[in-house]
Every structure is written in C-alpha cells, then in structure tokens.
Ligand binder design. Structure first.
Ligand code: IVH
Length: 713
C-alpha cells in the first residue's frame, strides 16, 4: 500500500497515485466534518494526511494536483474546541506571482468598476502578508467577548480564553467604539521568541517547532490556556467582520481607527496611487524581509475605498478587491561540500547534502535531504536514465529551495560550474555505521527495485538500534518524559540501554551500580528520580501505542490503531501474528481482512514476529510492561459490541466509511469478507456474492434500516 511508504522512499509513480489518494481522503474527511458534522478520524490523523500531502508535493512539485488539498481553504475546526459560526465568512486571498499579475489585478478592478482616469485616482493599499494564522475578535460595547480561528472559513474554533492571554489583544477597546466590532488579523510569533521557545522545548525533552507559524498555531490551539499564556504570541489587526458601524470609509482609515482602539497595526502599510507605486512597496518590503523579525510571505494589496470594495464583492472564496502578491519560493545557490549517509530505524541509508551554509529566506541552511540513491544518480546500474535523478557530485553548485516548514531541497544543479575532476557519487554498498551488507530489495509483485538501500545489520547496527529506541520513546509511542534522543544516544553509548526492555530495568541497575545516574554530568538526584518515575508511569500502556512503539515497518500510528482495535488484546494479537506467518492459515486471512490492512503491512507484521531476536526482545519487554486492552469506543451495552460485521451492497443512508466508523463506535469489528466468523451482514441493494455466502453460512442478514434500529442511531 502506497499509504505506508515513507515520503522519501516513494517512486514518482507511487507518489502520483498517493497524491490522488490523499486528495480523495482529505476531501472525504472535510465532507465528514462539515457535511455530516461527524468526523471519523482525529484532528491529528487529519493533520498527518495534509502533512504527507504537502511533503509529497514538495518532493514532486511536478505532480501537484490543481484544486488539490493544498489549494483548498482552511482545515476543519478541531473537536476539542467549541465552534463559532462566522457571521461574515473568513475568506482567503487570490494570489499574484509577478508584476504582470498585479497590473492585471488593477486592470480587472478598473474594468469591473468602469473606473476611468477622469474619475480620479484608484487608491490601493499595500501591506505585508503575515505568515501566521488568522483570528477574529468580537467586541461588544468595547469588551472582548469571543475569539475564533478561521477554521474552514464558515465555522472556526472558539479560542477566546487563549486569545485573552495575548498581550497585543486588548480586553477592552479605548475611546469611542461601535456597539459591535469584529476585528480580524494575524496571530504570529516573532523570530527571537520562536528561537527561545524552541530552546525551552528541547531543554525540557520536548520537540522543536518547525517554524514560527507552526509554533503560533500550536500555541493558540491549546486546550489549556495557561500553556498559551506561556507562549509569546503577537497580533496584527488588518481586517474586520461584522461591524455595527464603520469608523471610516477607507481601508487605511479603518486600520488607523484600529490603532486608536488599542491594536497593533503593521507599520509598513502604505497607500498607493499606481501599479508602479505598489510594486515599489512590494520590493522594499521584500528587501526588509530578513530583518523584520517575523515571517511574511508576500504583500497584500487592497482597494482603499470601502464603497468600491462593496461594489467589487467576492468571487468564490476570495474578495475581488484584494490580492496577495507572493514572494518567490525561497531559493539560493550554494556549494555541495559533501554527501553523508544517515542510517535510519529501518536501516534505510539516506543521503544528506552537507552544504556551504547559505541564507535562504532569512534562515541559514547547511543540510538538505537527498532522499535516496536514485535522487543523486542520473544513470542506473544497466545504463538506463533514472527519472528525476540529478547526478549530484561533491563540489557542485546547487540551487536550494525552502518551502514553508519542509526540509530544504536541492532543486537544481548548475552543470556549467561542475569541476572538471568531479566524480560521480559512489553510493555505499555497506552500512557506514556497522559495516553490514546493504541491499536494495526487489518488490516481488512489481519486480521493481526499491528506491531505498538498507543495512542488513538489524539490531547489531548501532544506528538502527538507537533510531529504534528513539522511536520507542517518542511522543506517539511510549512518550517517556525526559527520555528523548539525547538520552538515548548517551545511554546507548555507555551500554546502559541497548534494547527497549533495558529502559525499564534502568532503575534497578542503577541501584546496584557504583556509577549512579544522579552523579553523571547533567544529572542530579531530582532529575534521576523524575526519570525513573516517568519510566514507571509507562509500565502500563495502550495496546496501539505499544504496537506502534515496536517500530514494525509500515506500521505507523494509523495501522497500529487498526491492529489494536481488531485484536483487542496483546495476547490475542501476538498469538494471531505468530500463526499468520503461515499464509494458508486462517489467522493470515483474518489479518488481511482487516479493512485498511493490505498485504505489505500484513507481510511486515508477520515477518517481524517470525524473527527470533524480535521475539526475545519482546519477551524481555513484556516482563516489564503490560499493554492495556483496546477498548471499544462508546460500546457500552451495544448489541453489536464484539461482533464482526460485514457491509455489502450500496448503502443509502451513509457512506461505507461512515458505516465502518459507526460500527466501530458501537464496539463492532468490520470485516471486508464473509466467513464463519461473521456475526452479521448488513446488505443494501445490489448485494451479490457476500450476501450469497452469508446465506450459505446462515449468517444473520439485515437491511441498512434494520442496522440503524439495531444500534439505536
Ligand atoms: S486580508 C478577505 N491582510 O492571508 C481577505 N490577510 O491568504 C482578508 N493574511 O486568511 C484577509 N496577512 O490569514 C489580509 N495583511 C493581511 C494579511 C492577511 C496575512 C492571511 C490571512 C488570510 C490569508 C489569505
């Protein structure tokens, strides 16, 4: 299944298929959220889909789908916050990418308004486009009553308590203000605050934010407003929603009023009377960009007169009276000093470009990912041209691009500047860390060589061992506070922790040891005690986290959850996986029957359990840790709890995915095929072979309406 392949291992073909699949998935979940008001995945899972989509688009810009998820307006509001319906929708802006687009914009506006030079000048404002997240603040009689994120533009999240902690946001407006005022603007984090926050996060064993925008969004969307209060957020006011009266009749005039009422407004905003003047402001803002102290990604132009804005109105989701002139992708040329090979958790050898440090969009870049062997080479082993291969050599002059929060990429190489003696890069055939043989596996189905070269050393490879441990303690796995990458490296190097079970015997070993943890550099009695307490807290752990922590190839969080839900308990899971190694077994069939689990995942899981050293490590770990049984969500005393249900035929009241989510909510397992183990078949019109099989096996068959009656929904 392409869904399980890490982005840097996707072939061009798989990437295309995967982008299509993601576009469909994301659209479906948007629909579940907004259409049915019944999301079937968590916010984090939804975000992960979007993130994967973006990463693939960044790696394969040529495959970007028009109208794909990355071009659609915001994401669905999260489940954790109350919702606020925007009285006036929060729209997005159309984009201009070059000077001609800007003069087209002004020309379009003039034609629309039939605004000829005799009618005077057409004034347009220009101001920085802040790279943060937009927020709508409602004031009644001058008092702040609510704050909402944009959400999908129609409905946002209620983040009032959090907004109150931002010092740029007045709780009470100054001077004479209309009865109802809704000020809109951007929440952002300034560069020095961002750096300090990241240092703090890393120091506490946490993870750093990729960029100030993520940090601002992550900080504003905290369920605990004390956390937001501890994050240095700022706010610029630049637009408005519902207003019982307007304080001026121009854009500039209203923004001036915002300032008088107590808001921060951007000091670089200017009023221009020609396209040339707009472009001049654009270029001067672009020049100042690196020294502003906060991220901006373009300049926004708005028609100044509000009566003209009114006449211009909107086209679909953006106003006709405004446009965002984006800065070009952040690119720079530098020298490729070296190519290093990093070894990951699954043994993947990933080449990394070591660059002569260069500033790209205000950030110093000295590394860039090179994905895999094919990305660096141009010619394959049989003399064939490699699609997308760049033939990168040490000493080359390369073009670097940074796009948003993704890892910098090499997008081009300047062959004219290639040194005459530059040699083709020889990708290592052995692991640079442990010396084991490295291989590119062949996909048995397609016969194609995997893009990724892998170290075959398994756990004898220190790189794989430490990466596996880092995964084991990571946030969505065991999540042991104070036990991060740094601690893994140090404990591994000293022989204290070689395998996951060692983490849980650390305290006992420490008791017997002469070289106590509390006496090590950087540690003390309190921090040692806290670490042991944090470890002990994880001796009981949710089954899906436990499965995810094992680091089985292709088993990410989503698949771990599917498996946990399908098998319910560790013992059942472990027994079934051991039995499933035999592909003629019922256990194998059952594993493949789980909706969402494909052959690649099934193979990877059964292979994992067939390895002796994995079983040994597991036994040791299980003598320390107890996985908690997966609970059926909301199952209560539902009549279908624990039952295996098959949906077949066309369903009229719900989609197949909704049906599945609903069944699982009521504690049932959903299977894709009918067998002796099936308890119930829900058949819609057009049901065929599955219905027949159910009848043969005397499995209960009910209609879709019966199903709703049965579960009482
Ligand atoms: S005006 C009706 N002005 O850009 C349009 N938006 O792509 C109202 N943004 O959602 C928006 N700086 O989050 C406007 N100076 C600025 C902005 C700005 C950043 C963001 C805002 C909006 C997005 C649209």
């Amino acid at each position: 299944m392409t869904a399980d392949i890490p982005v840097n291992e996707l072939s061009l073909e798989d990437a295309g298929a995967e982008l299509k699949r993601l576009a469909g998935e994301i659209a479906k979940h948007d629909q579940h959220y907004h259409g049915a008001d019944a999301p079937i995945i968590s916010d984090a899972e939804y975000d992960a889909l979007r993130r994967r989509n973006l990463e693939i688009e960044t790696r394969f810009p040529e495959l970007m789908i028009e109208d794909g998820p990355s071009t659609s307006v915001g994401a669905a509001p999260s489940e954790g916050f109350g919702k606020i319906v925007h009285k006036v929708p929060m729209l997005s802006l159309d984009n201009a990418f070059d000077d001609a687009d800007v003069s087209d914009f002004v020309g379009r506006v003039r034609r629309f308004l039939r605004f000829d030079p005799l009618m005077g000048v057409l004034a347009v404002t220009a101001e920085p486009k802040i790279d943060g997240l937009s927020l709508a603040l409602r004031y009644e009689k001058g008092e702040l009553v609510s704050a909402a994120t944009r959400g999908d533009g129609a409905v946002g999240e209620n983040v009032t308590a959090n907004a109150r902690t931002i010092s740029d946001i007045p709780h009470k407006l100054s001077g004479e203000v209309p009865a109802v005022v809704e000020v809109r603007g951007e929440v952002y984090m300034a560069h020095p605050d961002f750096q300090a926050l990241n240092e703090r996060m890393l120091g506490n064993g946490g993870k750093a934010f990729a960029n100030p925008r993520n940090a601002a969004a992550g900080s504003l969307r905290q369920l605990n407003s004390e956390i937001t209060a501890s994050r240095p957020l700022r706010f610029f006011a630049y637009a408005w929603g519902e207003m019982s009266a307007l304080p001026a009749d121009t854009q500039m005039g209203v923004v001036d009023a915002f300032k008088k009422w107590g808001f921060e407004v951007n000091p670089l905003m200017r009023r221009c009377e020609s396209v040339e003047a707009l472009l001049e402001v654009y270029h001067s803002i672009e020049e100042e960009r690196a020294t502003l102290g906060y991220d901006i990604d373009g300049v926004v132009y708005k028609i100044d007169r509000l009566d003209l804005q009114e006449r211009l109105g909107f086209v679909s989701r953006s106003p006709r009276w405004a446009i965002a002139h984006k800065f070009p992708a952040e690119q720079a040329y530098t020298i490729l000093n070296d190519i290093e090979i990093q070894v990951g958790r699954t043994g993947a050898l990933t080449p990394v470009a070591k660059l002569e440090p260069v500033t790209v969009g205000g950030v110093v870049v000295s590394n860039a990912t090179l994905h895999n062997e094919d990305y660096i080479k141009a010619i394959g082993p049989n003399g064939e041209q490699i699609r997308g291969g760049k033939d990168l050599r040490k000493g080359d002059t390369v073009k670097i691009q940074r796009a948003g929060d993704v890892i910098p990429q090499i997008v081009d190489v300047d062959l004219e500047k290639r040194l005459p003696d530059a040699e083709e890069f020889a990708f290592p055939q052995t692991c640079p860390v442990c010396g084991s043989h490295a291989v590119r596996e062949e996909n048995p189905k397609t016969g194609r060589r995997d893009a990724v070269m892998r170290c075959t050393g398994g756990l004898i490879c220190p790189a794989q061992a430490t990466e596996k441990l880092k995964h084991f303690v990571s946030r969505n796995a065991f999540d042991i506070e104070g036990f991060g990458d740094k601690q893994v490296d140090a404990f591994y190097a000293d022989g204290l922790v070689q395998s996951p079970a060692d983490i849980f015997t650390l305290e006992e070993m420490d008791r017997q040891s002469l070289t106590k943890l509390r006496n090590r550099e950087g540690w003390g009695a309190v921090s040692a005690r806290n670490l042991f307490a944090a470890i002990n807290e994880r001796r009981a752990i949710d089954l899906h986290r436990f499965i995810f922590a094992l680091g089985i190839r292709h088993v990410g969080e989503g698949n771990a959850k599917l498996l946990a839900r399908a098998y319910g308990s560790w013992n059942v899971f472990y027994k079934s996986m051991s039995a499933a190694h035999d592909h003629s077994s019922e256990a194998w069939a059952e594993l493949n029957d789980i909706d969402g689990v494909g052959t690649i995942v099934a193979e990877a899981v059964t292979e994992f359990f067939a390895e002796d050293h994995n079983r040994e490590q597991l036994d040791a770990l299980l003598s320390q840790v107890t996985p908690r049984d997966a609970e059926a969500v909301d199952a209560g005393d539902s009549p279908v709890a624990g039952k295996t249900v098959v949906f077949t035929g066309s369903l009229e009241r719900m989609t197949r995915d909704e049906a599945k989510a609903m069944a699982e909510r009521f504690g049932a397992k959903v299977s894709g095929s009918v067998s002796k183990k099936t308890d119930l078949v829900v058949a819609g019109p057009g049901a065929g072979s599955k219905l027949k099989k159910a009848q043969e096996l005397s499995v209960d068959v009910i209609s879709e309406d019966d199903w709703f009656d049965l579960v009482g929904a």
